[in-house]
Design a binder for this molecule. Structure first.
Ligand code: AGP
Length: 609
């Protein structure tokens, strides 16, 4: 997804912009660009491709700009190209704009601007913005931005640079994140905190409709009617190193190995040491509200949706309330039977996913209470939900979600235990057994990471495959879906997940000699059935790698490779089972020379529909 940076101050502008854009690479992009106020004009440099292409363009040039803006673009309106890259300018080159989001009414605006004599160069929705600036400008950039945003429908985080007012940057957000970094004699703008961390930890997180008037000396924040907004400084506590690779070859690998710590962080402070009850002080629902819930909905996208599938199993089992689960892009349009008696749980690592945010808004519009499970403090979803449960996974940079998923699973379990406690649906001994096991999960994940040689052997043999199947029953089926998504996403191997009992209803036709099948057999009550399903695919000469709990009998006799996992409570098994699948996807991707952290066509944070 697109990234924005801005700088105003005495230091050389270009390196600061390029470094900031580099820190935002994880968001995924197809082109990049910068604009600077230089002498008598605004200079714009933009190139399709990775940042190195832009660096090459800038190489050897001298600049004396005091302000600049930069952007990494992920194409929506108009293909990736130099011309469609941001920043965009008006006819006379007096305004330069970088923008994240979508201007939904750009077509009528563009037609009107063309009728007024404006000349467009790109295919983007964004280009209407500098032309609107040009049309409305009367000597005050802030007032012009206020006038422009009144014309806009859609989402935007934008920063504007004006030739006539070189000493300021003006920024505004609506449904797309934007942060001001506060320095001394200099100030910064960025769509995401990692771009600011090496300069400042003091920030203003802009809210929808807020406009930041940024000069080297200070930052004034105004609402859309020009009234001053008193902002409190948000001090970022992350370590800069935390947002970098820390010695691993890829962010994804680093994040896989961070899971033992992340899982512990998710639990920290949430289990009362005396009573060993779950305490979720962030959730402000009263016990009466909890007791009145008639139905629970879970909605999310991608990996977060897969965490929701596990959540459905856990909550139904522990709380005995019916749980419906939907992909957020379906939920928002299917007229769901959500009402004031419903609790809607939205799950989103980034907290910015457009479909999940829309599902949240739709649920609230229908009177439901919304509980968000998210990783990003102060994200849009966190701000709009009634209650929030942060996953505390730390920044997740790789496009492929790993530690966010396992910490989301932990949150699902915390929610289940919390609701069950208030509604009195779980015997104390069972609750204590689950909590005891939750506390051990971090160490068990570490043990799995230290003993995954089976995966290496499998990768050596099957890195050249173009197809793979993941099978499982019950909770194992939901984890199989996540394993298949991971493999597809980063290694580009076509992978499908099937409920093992469904094989004979069609998929078995695809199982032929040598096809790799990853069989998950961790659920004790379904274990015998799974062994039969493994036999079914073995009879068609597939090669099977099975994942089973320590002590599982007979699996060695039927599967070609077996990876044993430390045993745990069946509801918690997905946290362990997914780890070898993450590693499998990672190692396959490396063996196939794929761009692990930024797979083709994908973005980390999907803030458009
Ligand atoms: C995960 O590996 C994916 N990249 C993707 O499915 C992701 O989980 C999805 O886009 C949802 O993102 P969110 O959790 O930030 O809402």
């Amino acid at each position: 997804m697109c990234g924005i940076v801005g700088y105003i101050g005495p230091r050389p502008v270009v390196p600061i912009l390029l470094d900031g854009l580099k820190k935002l690479e994880y968001r995924g992009y197809d082109s990049s660009g910068i604009a600077l106020t230089e002498g008598n004009g605004i200079e714009v440099f933009k190139r399709q491709g990775k940042l190195d292409a832009l660096r090459e363009e800038l190489n050897g040039r001298e600049f004396c700009a005091a302000a600049g803006i930069g952007h990494t673009r992920w194409a929506t309106h108009g293909r990736p190209s130099d011309i469609n890259a941001h920043p965009h300018t008006d006819c006379q080159g007096r305004f330069a704009v970088v923008h994240n989001g979508i201007i939904e009414n750009y077509l009528p605006l563009k037609e009107w601007l063309i009728s007024m004599g404006h000349i467009f160069r790109s295919e983007t929705d964004t280009e209407v913005l500098p032309h609107l600036m040009e049309e409305f400008y009367e000597g005050d950039l802030v007032r012009t931005v206020m006038r422009v945003i009144r014309k806009l429908e859609g989402s935007y985080a934008m920063v504007v640079l004006a030739l006539d007012e070189p000493g300021r940057l003006v920024a505004v957000r609506q449904d797309s994140p934007l942060v001001v970094g506060l320095g001394e004699g200099e100030n910064f703008l960025a769509s995401d905190i990692p771009a600011l961390l090496c300069h400042t930890r003091n920030t203003y997180i802009l809210e929808d409709g807020e406009i930041a008037d940024v000069t080297p000396e200070g930052v004034a924040v105004l609402d859309r009617d020009g009234r001053k907004v008193e902002k409190s400084v948000f001090h970022v506590k992350w370590e800069a190193a935390q947002a970098e690779k820390g010695g691993y070859d890829h962010f994804m690998l680093k994040e896989i190995y961070e899971q033992p710590r992340a899982l512990k962080d998710t639990l920290s402070g949430r289990i009362d040491p005396d009573s060993s009850r779950v305490v979720l002080s962030e959730i402000r629902m009263t016990p009466e509200q909890v007791r009145n819930i008639k139905k629970i909905f879970i909605t999310a996208c991608g990996t977060a949706y897969h965490a929701g599938l596990v959540g459905k199993h856990i909550i139904e089992k522990l709380v005995r309330i019916p749980v419906e689960i939907d992909i957020a892009s379906e939920f928002r349009y299917r007229d769901p039977l959500v009402d004031g008696d419903s609790l809607v749980i939205v799950v989103s690592q980034s907290g910015e996913t457009a479909d999940t945010l829309a599902a949240l808004r739709e649920s609230r519009r229908r009177g439901a209470r919304v509980l968000a499970v998210t990783n990003v403090v102060d994200s849009s979803i966190a701000r709009e939900a009634d209650d929030i449960l942060y996953t505390w996974a730390g920044p997740e940079i790789a496009v492929a979600s790993t530690k966010a998923y396992t910490t989301q699973l932990m949150c699902m379990c915390l929610i289940g235990l919390y609701l069950a406690d208030i509604r009195g649906t779980l015997p104390e001994a069972e609750r204590k057994a689950i909590i005891r096991e939750m506390r051990k999960l971090g160490d068990k994940v570490r043990a799995i990471l230290e003993n995954c040689n089976v995966i290496d052997r499998f990768v050596q043999d099957y890195a050249g495959s173009e197809n793979a199947f993941f099978i499982g029953r019950g909770l194992d089926h939901t984890v199989a879906m996540e394993g298949a998504l991971k493999l597809k996403e980063i290694s580009y191997i076509h992978a499908e997940a099937y409920a093992a009992g469904e094989l004979k209803h069609g998929t078995l036709a695809l199982i032929v000699k040598g096809v790799p099948v990853i069989a998950l057999a961790t659920q004790q009550d379904l274990y015998e059935k799974m062994v039969s399903n493994i036999k079914e695919v073995k009879a068609r000469e597939a090669t099977v790698m099975a994942l089973a709990m320590n002590g599982a009998k007979d699996v060695e006799k039927v599967a070609d490779h077996v990876l044993h996992l430390p045993s745990t409570h069946p509801l918690l098994a997905p946290v362990l089972t997914v780890v070898p699948l993450q590693l499998l996807a990672y190692r396959m991707a490396v063996a196939r020379n794929c761009d692990v952290d930024q797979p083709r066509n994908l973005a980390k944070s999907v803030t458009v529909e």
